[in-house]
Design a protein around this ligand. Structure first.
Ligand SMILES: Nc1nc2c(c(=O)[nH]1)N[C@H]1C(S)=C(S)[C@@H](COP(=O)(O)O)O[C@H]1N2
Ligand SMILES: [Mo]
Length: 198
C-alpha cells in the first residue's frame, strides 16, 4: 500500500520522468564511498542539532513512533542510472524538523552518517514531504548496503543528497559542503538541470 506517489514530481522541475542523460536500471545498484558500516539498532540514535529550538536525540523506538508513510519514488544517481518505482517507508523530513523546532536563522541542512559521509541541502529543498528518513525498501527492512537501518532519500535531487546510515541532521545558518560537494559534485544536484558537477 502506497500512501503517496511522487513519481510525477519531475513536473515541478519542468522535465521528463527520466531526467536528461539518465538510463533506467532494472535492479537497484549499491553505490557507497567505502564499506558498509555496522550500525546496531540497540545503541542507534539520530541527533538533530544546530539552529533548532530543541536539540533532539531519537532512539530507534522513539524514531519509529513518529508518523510515517510509504511513498513510491524514483531514484537518480549522478553517475547516470535511475531506479524507477522504488517504494520507501519512513518519516518525512518536515515531521523531524517540526519536532525540533527550526529556528528562523536556519537556512541549510547538513546530514551526517556513520561512514563519515556528509551531504548538504538548502532548507527550502530539504523541508519537503518526499525527503524521507526511510527504514524500508519495497516492503522489507532497508538492507544494510542501501543504508539500513535508516537512510535519507531525495527523489528530486541526485541520490548523493540522501545520506545512507544517517546519524545526524544539523541545521545551519550558512551553507557548508558535504563529502561529494567538496569533491566536485554539484551543490544544487537538480537532475532535470543536469547539475552534476559543481
Ligand atoms: N552515508 C553514505 N550515504 C550515501 C553514499 C555514501 O557513500 N555514504 N553514497 C551516495 C550516493 S553517490 C548514492 S548514488 C546513493 C546510493 O544509494 P544506494 O547504494 O542505495 O544505491 O547513496 C548516497 N548516500
Ligand atoms: Mo551517486
Amino acid at each position: 500500500m502506497v500512501d503517496r506517489d511522487v513519481t510525477d514530481l519531475h513536473r515541478e522541475f519542468g522535465g521528463e520522468r527520466l531526467p536528461p542523460g539518465q538510463r533506467e536500471t532494472p535492479g537497484f545498484p549499491v553505490f557507497s564511498k567505502s564499506d558498509t558500516p555496522e550500525v546496531d539498532r540497540e545503541d542507534w540514535t539520530l541527533t538533530v542539532t544546530g539552529a533548532v529550538e530543541h536539540e533532539r536525540e531519537f532512539s530507534w523506538t522513539a524514531f519509529r513512533d513518529l508518523p510515517s508513510e510509504t511513498q513510491r519514488q524514483d531514484f537518480h544517481c549522478v553517475t547516470g542510472w535511475s531506479r524507477l518505482d522504488a517504494t520507501f517507508t519512513g518519516v518525512p523530513f518536515p515531521v523531524v524538523a517540526e519536532r525540533a523546532g527550526v529556528r528562523e536563522a536556519a537556512s541549510h541542512v547538513l546530514f551526517h552518517a556513520h561512514d563519515g559521509y556528509t551531504t548538504n541541502l538548502p532548507l527550502e529543498q530539504c523541508d519537503r514531504e518526499y525527503v524521507l528518513f526511510a527504514w524500508a525498501l519495497d516492503g522489507d527492512p532497508l538492507p544494510p548496503d542501501h543504508g539500513g537501518p535508516l537512510r535519507v532519500v531525495t527523489p528530486h535531487r541526485y541520490a548523493y543528497k540522501g545520506a545512507k546510515w544517517v546519524s545526524g541532521v544539523e541545521f545551519l545558518t550558512e551553507p557548508r559542503r558535504g563529502f561529494w560537494e567538496k569533491r566536485g559534485y554539484s551543490d544544487a544536484a537538480d537532475p532535470w538541470a543536469e547539475d552534476r558537477y559543481g
